[in-house]
Design a protein around this ligand. Structure first.
Ligand SMILES: C[S@@+](CC[C@H](N)C(=O)[O-])C[C@H]1O[C@@H](n2cnc3c(N)ncnc32)[C@H](O)[C@@H]1O
Length: 264
């Protein structure tokens, strides 16, 4: 993927926590998300490019039978650590899924296609393994976290550890636009039937947001040592800029899904 975990090592608990914290949409957000899953899905669901399993857990909590597939062993190890049964965590490339045609009732693909070069083939594969009448939920791009303070911190983190460059490279090689997604799904026999946004809020201290961005190995390709050094400089900068790292801000977060249905 364009976003590479640094150092090529297993992710530490702190790194997994930092990655997942970005996805957190707060209690009411998760509750809305589980309701959406229960409404749109039934039976078996493939979480393609499922990463550490944060959405797979929510799918499971919504009463669905989830299989998580991801190419990155470090992510899979994190997913297994989340109590996903081993046989439900599969190492697989989304462009060549090891599953029979129509073997799932639905699929979930969140924040994945922008980092997959052959995203057209990935869409074809996801559509292939979903049965006629089945549903696919797709979230394009990365997590949506707007707001001026966060943008300023994020820009500074980019300067320190090169995140933007990494992420832009990833996006350049993958899928960006919804029209392209709709077109590729249509060619694979799936039509977009709805667009849904689930919103939430994160209350986070500024220091926590900074640490999270620096620790998350999917945010930057810099080594752990470089990120640790950057943390000291960032703290000095943030204290000077904002007065206190303990200042808590509300970060609006959300996940945008395009919902596709396989023609019968
Ligand atoms: C930004 S992460 C998103 C993970 C998870 N869906 C989430 O939203 O938390 C992108 C994921 O896609 C996976 N990925 C990238 N290319 C892939 C491929 N060709 N096949 C399967 N997984 C892939 C990565 O390993 C990573 O776990």
């Amino acid at each position: 993927m364009g976003e590479q975990a640094a150092d090529g090592l297993s992710m530490t608990d702190a790194e997994i926590a930092a990655h997942d914290d970005q996805r957190d949409i707060g209690e009411s957000g998760w509750s809305s998300l589980r309701a959406l899953y229960a409404e749109e899905f039934e039976g078996t669901v493939l979480d393609a490019g499922g990463g550490t399993g944060i959405y797979a857990s929510a799918l499971d909590a919504a009463g669905l039978d989830v299989v998580l597939a991801d190419v990155d062993e470090r992510m899979l190890a994190a997913a297994r650590g989340r109590d996903m049964p081993a046989h439900r965590v599969v190492q697989a490339d989304v462009t060549a899924l090891p599953f029979a045609d129509a073997s799932f009732d639905g699929a979930h693909v969140a924040h994945v296609l922008h980092v997959v070069e052959d995203w057209r083939r990935a869409i074809g594969e996801v559509a292939r393994v979903v049965r006629p009448g089945g549903t696919v939920l797709v979230a394009l791009g990365g997590t949506n976290q707007p707001g001026p303070v966060l943008e300023e911190i994020s820009a500074r983190v980019d300067e320190e550890v090169g995140g933007t460059e990494t992420i832009t490279r990833g996006q350049a090689s993958g899928l960006n636009g919804p029209e392209e997604a709709d077109h590729a799904f249509a060619l694979s026999g799936m039509d977009v039937v709805a667009v849904r946004r689930i919103e939430g809020v994160q209350r986070r201290a500024l220091g926590q947001l900074i640490d999270r961005m620096l620790v998350n190995p999917y945010r930057s390709t810099a080594s752990r040592a470089v990120r640790a050094q950057a943390a000291e400089r960032m703290s000095t900068w943030a204290l000077d800029r904002f007065g206190s790292l303990a200042r808590v801000i509300d970060v609006p977060v959300g996940i945008d899904y395009r919902i596709y249905r396989r023609r019968t």
